[in-house]
Every structure is written in C-alpha cells, then in structure tokens.
Design a protein around this ligand. Sequence first.
Ligand SMILES: [Zn+2]
Length: 275
Amino acid sequence: MDKILIRGATVIPMTGPEKIIEDGEIAIEAGKIKAVGPAGMIDKGWLADKIIDARGMVALPGFINCHTHAAMTLLRSYADDLPLMQWLSERIWPLEERLTAEDVYWGTMLCVLEMIKSGTTTFADMYFFMDDVAKAVRQSGMRASLSRGMIGVAPTAQLALVESEAFVQEWNGGANGRITTMLGPHAPHTCPPAYLEKVMALAKKFNVGIHIHLAETLQEAADIRKEYGKSSIAHVNELGLLDFPVLGAHCVHVSPEDIKIMKEKNVRVAHNPES
Ligand SMILES: [Zn+2]
C-alpha cells in the first residue's frame, strides 16, 4: 500500500486559520505526505492504491502529548482522589513495585491505542521498564521522547541512573529516528541536589535533555522553600539544571519571578494544572 489519497476532509494545515481547506485532499506516498491542497489538485496521472473518504471529518497534524506515564493507564481511577504525595507513597509506588516489564508493555500499548484513536501521534513519556515502552513505540508507529523515571530518595536511585544511561545509549534515535530519549529525574523534592548533579553529568555526557516535574503542588513548593529557602524553579535554576534543555511538567505554582527565569532559560512547559 504505497499511495494513499485522503479526500473530502476539512484540512487544517498549521499555517494559520485563513488556510483551512474545506474540501481538501492529502496525497501520501511511501509513508510521507506528497501533496496537500483543495480537491482536484492532485496530478491526474498519480493513482492511489487506496482512497480514504473523509467527508465530514477533519484532517490535521497529529497531536503531541507532552507529559505521560503511559503504562499508568492500567492504574486509571486507582485512588485518584488522594493528594499527590499520599497517592504516590501509599498507593502508587507500592503497586508499581509489583509491576512487571510485561505489564508496562501492555499498559503502554493500551495508552498508545487510545492516543492513536484520538489523534495523538507523539508523546513524551517518563516511567520504568523503558525498553518495553520503546518496543511498544517501535511496533505501533508512534513517535516518542522517552525517559527512565528516577527518584533520588528511593532505594532504586542508583539503579535508575545506570538504567537511564543504558537506555539512552540503546534507544536515542531508535525506531528509525522516531524515538528520542531524555533523562527523567522525578522532581526537585524527590531528587536531592547531589542526585540532580549526577543526572546533569549524564545529560552533558550524552547531550540529551531533562524531563522533570516542576512546581506541581503547594506541598512541593512549601517543602522546597523550607529546605532551600526558594521556589522550585529558582532552586533547580541555581543548581544549573535549567542550562540544559528542560521539559518541565506541571509548572502550576510559579510566580512572575519564576516565569521570568523559565523564559530566560527557555524551559519547555507541559502545563498539567491537575495532578
Ligand atoms: Zn507526571
């Protein structure tokens, strides 16, 4: 199936609202878009192997989910009315200790299926058993930026660093370039400065970015302020973390000062207002 023609769709290319094509056509050849335009614009000599009638539908570039723990689809609704740290420490972390690589593979596959069904083609994931997450990405045709989550205060802290290094080496640029990797220290309140130093050393060594939860809850803000006398953003900035390409998840409790720092350091934000 080399040549596919999608026709009849309302096509929304990302060039601005005035460019919406009401009765559009998209020609695809060898897995790549060959042409996009109004009905009848495709060269008459170009014959599709398959024609998709998309009347009544919208065609637009795939969505990107900038912050996921895809396999947690399996844990959907599990105690999700608890405050974040209580939910994590009393329910989620003990349960995650019992997850197998196969569980993570199938949990990711379920999430991937739901993402594809709703138009998401790329995701930025942080979890564990990441080889199995990468295999799910490779098999499904999705794109992903993957990071092995690391909790600096957990007994697995050192192992997580070792696994992160191996994962980056094996998978950065994997699945024909559809997979890129980042390092995934969980958050400033679960990764002490000495641990973040080690993460930054790895980021430097492999020239990869850092995916981290930042300023997620009021409790985190209070804990960091008590410990270091500053905001989460100011804290990680002073450690030098924001000198790396950073994808900051949540970023809910940020002050105008914090926003100024984030702008200056070009922090990319996956704004998830609810934890
Ligand atoms: Zn998260």
